[in-house]
Design a protein around this ligand. Structure first.
Ligand SMILES: *[C@@H]1O[C@H](CO)[C@@H](O)[C@H](O)[C@H]1NC(C)=O
Ligand SMILES: *[C@@H]1O[C@H](CO)[C@@H](O)[C@H](O)[C@H]1NC(C)=O
Ligand SMILES: *[C@@H]1O[C@H](CO)[C@@H](O)[C@H](O)[C@H]1NC(C)=O
Length: 411
């Protein structure tokens, strides 16, 4: 195979400290673009819904490419502050056409809403593409409640702590689009069938679900995978319980065909990883000591299987630090089971081309674009808004290719 003969020079130059793989992508030109895709009400040219409603902060991104090639970028639009509770709407942007691949801000439509009714908390966007149907899972709770309780809302009332009652618990919702994200169905409450026991707190994703080579859909969620069986657009949902899974999980089908969960550490310094199958279940979760993490969310994506152009590649992004969310890094694994990750490249190697950006880093989501690039949404934390509500949050769109990752510093 051609790629086995190429890239020998880089193999010679690469240090021995990590797995050396001949990746012909290093020989091609690097590509990188970046801009702010979700602009908070405190920024110039803020994003607003057509109703005129703007948002103090955008957080919790998720991005998919639909079967037409269009990109759909989702986020939580936080109305009054950057907090995890209170009035939060599920918002999104689409690329204007199915084939522009989102290279510039001009390629994206203006802000829209999937759901935002009432003062409740609509969040944790977790889309999965199923032919020409897009399923969007979400977590919701009543706006009078919050995870810890005792938080002050803008009207002065104090939140109750999330509890196990129907009114006080987190709910799982599903909305569906069959027109490439143009419209969305009224969200259906699936808590009863897809949230085990009487959990008080729950979280789906946040991030993306996947479609397996055998056709099933798998959506990562707290303590479980949500499985969609049936045919595209006509799915029956069930649960796969996972012992030891984190509250925020990501999933990929690795090149070996198995399922790979890579979860946020609950109380530790490294990503928590487990492998399994739908039929055989999962092994125990264990630290991946090659992937430090500051107890934050991350994102994983199967980029390609091995072919005559190159080796199989799985891509992972998180803040590669035990203590800071500001060390965003993207890595490649060439292993069938994503056992080892290369050093990768820090996103900060490509400076953001905007004056107002504060500190980039936090939650992220990745998709593969139709022009063979990686599109990534990355949270950023901007300057204090002066209202005692702390910093405001915006979401950056970065688009790069494998060559850009491989051209990074190799320490
Ligand atoms: C990266 O993008 C550049 C510019 O579009 C292209 O020339 C190159 O082939 C790409 N590399 C890979 C591995 O796709
Ligand atoms: C939220 O909870 C409050 C009481 O705590 C209740 O009055 C209100 O109807 C609930 N809202 C929804 C949408 O369930
Ligand atoms: C959806 O699947 C169910 C069984 O899984 C089947 O009974 C039903 O006819 C299907 N509906 C459509 C519209 O295909």
């Amino acid at each position: 195979m051609r790629w086995l003969r190429s890239a020998t020079l880089w193999a010679l130059l690469a240090p021995l400290s990590y797995a050396v793989v001949d990746d012909p992508a290093i020989e091609a030109a690097p590509y990188h673009k970046e801009f702010v895709l979700f602009r908070s009400a405190n920024m110039a040219s803020p994003d607003k819904l057509s109703s005129g409603i703007g948002f103090h902060s955008f957080r919790i991104p998720a991005v998919v490419r639909t079967s037409t090639g269009r990109l759909l970028a989702f986020a939580e639009g936080r109305r009054h502050n950057n907090r995890d509770y209170g009035d939060i709407n599920l918002v999104y942007k689409r690329t204007k056409t199915a084939d522009n691949n989102g290279d510039s801000l001009d390629d994206w439509e203006s802000l829209r809403e999937v759901v935002g009714s009432g003062p409740g908390t609509w969040g944790n966007p977790t889309p999965v593409v199923d032919g020409y149907t897009i399923y969007l899972f979400m977590s919701w709770n009543n706006g009078s409640y919050s995870q810890e309780g005792n938080n002050r809302l803008p009207d002065g009332t104090i939140t109750k702590k999330i509890d196990t009652t129907w009114a006080g618990r987190r709910h799982l919702y599903l909305s569906v689009s069959t027109d490439d994200g143009n419209t969305w169905s009224k969200p259906e409450d699936l808590t009863e069938s897809l949230t085990p026991d009487n959990w008080a707190w729950d979280a789906v994703g946040p991030g993306i679900g996947i479609k397996l080579t055998t056709g099933e859909l798998v959506v990562p969620a707290q303590g479980r995978n949500i499985i969609g069986r049936g045919t595209p657009g006509n799915r029956t949902w069930s649960l796969q319980r996972l012992t030891g899974a984190g509250s925020e999980g990501t999933i990929a089908q690795t090149p070996d065909g198995r399922l790979y969960r890579n979860d946020r550490p609950g109380d530790g310094d490294y990503r928590r990883v487990a492998r399994g199958t739908l039929a055989g279940g999962f092994g125990a979760f264990a630290d991946d000591t090659g992937l430090p993490d500051p107890e934050c969310q991350g994102s994983v994506l199967l980029y390609n299987l091995a072919d005559d152009k190159g080796p199989a590649r799985t891509v992972f992004m998180n803040s590669a630090s035990k203590s800071s969310r500001r060390a965003m890094r993207v890595r490649i694994s060439y292993d069938g089971d994503a056992a080892k990750w290369n050093f990768g490249r820090e996103l900060s190697d490509a400076k953001l081309d905007v004056d107002e950006v504060g500190n980039e880093g936090g939650y992220s989501s990745m998709c593969k674009t139709a022009d063979f690039k990686i599109g990534a949404l990355v949270e950023s934390d901007f300057y204090n808004d002066g209202n005692g509500e702390g910093s405001y949050r915006a979401i950056i769109w970065r688009k790069f290719n494998l060559s850009w990752i491989l051209h990074g510093p190799r320490n």
